[in-house]
Ligand binder design. Structure first.
Ligand code: IFM
Length: 486
């Protein structure tokens, strides 16, 4: 998904909307587990635009382990591919690493209290595989398991429902050294790790996600090389895509074998693909882009087959053909309970297959801002794949926030959230079964190759002092949750 420097940076001011009413006081500082409370502004409980979400709609926030936890050597955690990647000079903006990040490993109680104070109903976090199996195989590291048990207990005590993602990109480095996702065996290793987690937490975590954004792993880890493991090997990327899908299917099978009456889902970053101009409407270039952005993941999982137009291009997909074994697609198509959709941007393609920028971007120059794309992609899923329950498992924007005294103004984020939630609401009105929304992200965090140069949280993190300051958007989200609408 991320190719930081392909397009010129465009204006990101066009979506800036009205500032919300000004604050009263804010509590700073989390050092001793004090909770920074969001500023109250006497908000009306009725949605000003009258867009009320259905009763039972769930409001959440999302994070991932490597981006917030820090504590990379604590309690027997093994090395991950991201620890190794960050150690290579020039890979990460500013030479940043996730070594400390938001120190969530030690400050998780503060962060849980912040969520509770915002009224957040559900929390999507990820489990660091190297905390559980430091070398990616063998028996579980009890101290790693204990951290996630404490986290889940803390959520449940606060009435916040956990959604646990098994893999958000931090592969144990030991598995990378035996071939990583290029190797079929890694899919089985993943299923073994998943089974450990289902055994340990399966009765307290109601919803599980398998692999976050397989597309980003393949495209950015193995094609552009901006993410770990930093390869530029399009041939290898075919094997990686297939093995990630296989790993997903094997984990779903392990989940069913565990006998838990809970739910499990894939998490895909989907992008609506549009022709860039009249000439490209209906072109093969647009179909190919759609196959690579969406169908190569959706079709195997929900239809049990790879897109035929893609497979038919034998030259291009020879490396994929080579790794598919009999029975794999049955495994991959194991029924899931819902679909996690991460939405950040649309894609426009011209007749040559070149991606064209048509909208302003955020400070993440890959992120064209187009809220209607979220509506379109949701309707498309329903039309082509049926009435699957859907959770928006990520949606958000980076802004270059800085505290102004004790406040952090982020009107651009509020406008982003408002317009994207309006698109979700419209999709629900049009009959799509969206049941929940997870804002990316709770905290400012380590944004992969961009390091700490992009702030994606609704809670500002001072990475020196580790103080947390809820931004204006946190208060806006609190009000949105309280009135179940925008
Ligand atoms: O920060 C990432 C996250 O880890 C995966 N989805 C996209 C986010 C923003 O780039």
């Amino acid at each position: 998904m991320r190719q930081p420097s392909q397009s010129p940076r465009l204006s990101r001011r066009s979506l800036v909307g009205a500032m919300i009413t000004l604050p009263t006081a804010i509590t700073l500082g989390c050092d001793s587990h004090s909770v920074p409370t969001p500023r109250r502004r006497g908000a009306s409980p009725s949605p000003p635009e009258g867009r009320r979400f259905p009763d039972g709609f769930r409001w959440g926030v999302a994070t991932s382990a490597y981006q917030i936890e820090g504590a990379v050597k604590a309690d027997g955690r093994g090395q991950s591919i991201w620890d190794a990647f960050c150690a290579v000079p020039g890979r990460i903006s500013g030479g940043d690493t996730g070594e400390q990040a938001a120190d969530h490993y030690h400050r998780y109680l503060t962060d849980l209290d912040i969520m509770q104070s915002l009224g957040v109903q559900t929390y999507r976090f990820s489990i660091a595989w190297p905390r559980i199996q430091p070398d990616g195989r063998g028996s579980a590291n009890q101290r790693g398991l204990d951290f996630y048990k404490r986290l889940v207990d803390g959520l449940l005590e606060r009435g916040i429902e956990p959604l646990a993602t098994l893999y958000h990109w931090d592969l144990p480095q030991a598995l990378q050294e035996t071939g990583g996702w290029e190797q079929r065996d890694t899919a089985q290793r993943f299923a073994d790790y998943a089974a450990i987690m289902f055994e340990a937490l399966g009765s307290s975590v109601p919803t599980w996600a398998t692999i976050n954004e397989p597309k980003t792993i393949a495209e950015v880890g193995y094609v552009s090389g901006f993410h770990a493991p930093g390869k530029r090997d399009p041939e290898a990327a075919w094997a990686v895509r297939h093995h990630l899908l296989l790993a997903h299917g094997l984990a779903v099978r392990a989940f069913r074998d565990s006998g838990r009456a809970r739910r499990i889902c894939p998490v895909l970053n989907l992008a609506p693909v549009y022709p860039a101009d009249d000439a490209s409407a209906g072109s093969t270039a647009v179909a190919v882009a759609d196959a690579m952005e969406n169908r190569i993941y959706l079709d195997p999982i929900f239809k049990g087959s790879y897109p035929q137009d893609l497979l038919a291009d034998q030259d291009k997909t020879a490396a994929l053909h080579r790794v598919i074994k009999d029975g794999d697609l049955n495994v991959i198509a194991a029924p899931v309970d819902l679909l996690g959709v991460n939405y950040y941007n649309p894609v426009y393609v011209d007749t040559s297959g070149t991606y064209v920028m048509k909208h302003p971007t955020s400070m993440a120059t890959w992120q064209q801002l187009y809220p209607d794309g979220l509506h379109d992609v949701l309707l498309r899923v329903r039309q082509d794949y049926g009435d699957i329950p859907i959770s928006i498992t990520e949606n958000g924007i980076p802004t270059d926030d800085a505290p102004d005294g004790t406040v952090v103004y982020d009107p651009e984020r509020i406008e982003f959230l408002r317009t994207h939630l309006a698109a979700v609401h419209r999709a629900i009105e049009d009959g799509v079964g969206v049941e929940s929304y997870y804002l990316w992200s709770l905290l400012d965090n380590f944004e992969w190759s961009a390091g700490y140069s992009q702030r994606w949280g609704i809670v500002y993190v001072d990475f020196d002092s580790q103080q947390r300051i809820p931004k204006d958007s946190a208060q806006w989200y609190q009000d949105t949750i309280a009135r179940n609408g925008i």
